[in-house]
Design a protein around this ligand. Structure first.
Ligand SMILES: N[C@@H](CCC(=O)N[C@@H](CS)C(=O)NCC(=O)O)C(=O)O
Length: 234
């Protein structure tokens, strides 16, 4: 059995999609990051980085429990475990490259673009411009990659597609106020529509509804998500 530590945000969404695609049995373990549950000692024992997603697989290597954190590590672990969605062996160098492109580029720059447009104080135009522009550049790289391709890597649907889907799904937040956020990236738009129409995507979205996560953005939320804005108490 896999315990899946989840909050309805982009990185956990990738894992919800893998689990729903693969049919692996799992138990949902909600971590309400708006309430600060990611900072509890119990959760830190599972993910010392204090972020979701994380999993505990009771049947890990050698029959022992396996603790895995970080969405890219989890995707690779689960794909390796099940032999699913890894693509062809000859495409592995590209699979690794595109997974890291999402993990170190598309994801973090999109995340910062969202932060500076929705959560940071007004007036930080330099930061908004930098992160929106970098998000746009990553979208363009992906758009170019998808010309003449159905999937990001090789000829089949892989964990690279799942990983990118988790973030491209948030394009309307990344490109705040855009009426057609994927309009400037037609190849990416075509790819997204195809991935998004998969039955497992609908089930993955349904995972959000299995728990009543906190939606109010109050002082507790801001302290939980942005502790660097608050002085450390002794
Ligand atoms: N590199 C990590 C990033 C994880 C991450 O930033 N998760 C966010 C949700 S998408 C989170 O836990 N935020 C709560 C917090 O930062 O306290 C991954 O890919 O899993």
């Amino acid at each position: 059995m896999i315990d899946f530590y989840f909050h309805p945000t982009p990185n956990p969404a990738k894992i919800a999609l893998f689990l729903e695609e693969s049919g692996l049995p799992y138990e949902l373990k909600p971590v309400d990051t708006s309430k600060g549950e990611q900072h509890s000692p119990e959760f830190r024992a599972i993910n010392p980085n204090g972020k979701v997603p994380a999993i505990v697989d009771s049947e890990g290597p050698g029959g022992k429990p396996a603790f895995v954190f970080d969405s890219t590590a989890i995707l690779l672990y689960l794909a390796d475990k099940t032999g699913q969605f890894l693509g062809a062996p000859e495409d592995r160098p590209q699979l690794l490259s595109w997974l890291m492109f999402v993990a170190s580029g598309l994801g973090p720059f999109s995340g910062q673009a969202v932060h500076f447009q929705y959560a940071a104080p007004e007036g930080l135009d330099y930061a908004v411009n930098r992160y929106r522009r970098e998000a746009d550049r990553h979208y363009q790289v992906l758009n170019d990659r998808l010309k003449g391709r159905e999937f990001i890597v090789g000829e089949s649907y892989t964990i690279a597609d799942m990983s990118a889907w988790g973030w491209v799904d948030r394009a309307s937040r990344v490109f705040k106020s855009s009426e057609d956020p994927l309009g400037p990236y037609p190849e990416l738009k075509r790819w997204f529509a195809k991935i998004d129409a998969r039955p497992a995507v609908e089930r993955a979205r349904g995972v959000n509804k299995k728990h009543a996560f906190k939606t109010v953005n109050d002082d507790e939320t801001r302290r939980a998500l942005f502790p660097s804005n608050y002085p450390k108490t002794a």
